[in-house]
Design a protein around this ligand. Structure first.
Ligand SMILES: [Fe+2]
Ligand SMILES: [Fe+2]
Length: 202
């Protein structure tokens, strides 16, 4: 509440600005034509990877104890799911014919995660008597370092790489569908005979 009054170096103000950036990219993706979608996906993935590191390395540890295990553990798991999808989009196949669908699911999941952070985690975290501006400076310094030195691969990237290219559920379903066998002439004649016998019996 009243977050527009926060100084711009306040850790929560910085994280919320990141949220606004990715939400704007998600909205842009929804309206974009195919060729521009590729670039939007790349920008969003970079933003999300940096944001996750800032939260996991700096913000979450600072507020975890006060916010409580339930909310924080859910946030951890939401990060994990998002990072698996990001790793699949980053992989050699890049999600194949499901790339746009995979990104849409990632966007839906991240929008949900952002709502929980902004409506539950951050209001609770603000009760803490800590120097949020100092925390904000740490976030800015870390972001700068990642932009200069690159983003290290995470455990989810290693996991996806080990598992190999992800198969799309649609392709898997098509592969496992049992083809219908053509009906032989003999079988057709047997069916006719049975049909006539049933009619007489009735
Ligand atoms: Fe988060
Ligand atoms: Fe966040």
């Amino acid at each position: 509440m009243f977050d527009w009054l926060l100084p711009e170096d306040h850790a929560i103000a910085i994280l919320k600005k990141d949220h606004d950036t990715v939400k704007a990219l998600f909205d842009e993706f929804d309206k974009a034509e195919h060729p521009s979608k590729k670039k939007i996906i790349e920008s969003a993935l970079t933003e999300l990877k940096i944001h996750a590191i800032l939260e996991e390395d700096i913000f979450y540890p600072a507020v975890r104890q006060h916010v409580g295990g339930k909310l924080m553990n859910e946030a951890d798991e939401e990060h994990h799911i998002a990072k698996v999808l990001i790793a699949e989009l980053d992989s050699a196949g890049g999600g194949g014919d499901h790339r746009d669908a995979k990104f849409t699911v990632l966007a839906e999941s991240v929008r949900h995660h952002i709502r929980e952070e902004e409506n539950e985690m951050m209001p609770k975290a603000r009760e803490l008597d800590i120097d949020f501006v100092q925390l904000g400076h740490q976030l800015r310094a870390k972001k700068q370092q990642l932009l200069e030195n690159g983003i290290p691969a995470d455990a989810e990237h290693a996991m996806v790489e080990k598992a190999g290219p992800a198969d799309s559920p649609a392709k898997a379903a098509a592969r496992h569908r049992t083809p219908r066998k053509p009906v032989s002439k003999k079988a057709k004649s047997v069916r006719k005979t049975i049909g006539r016998k049933s009619a007489k019996a009735a």
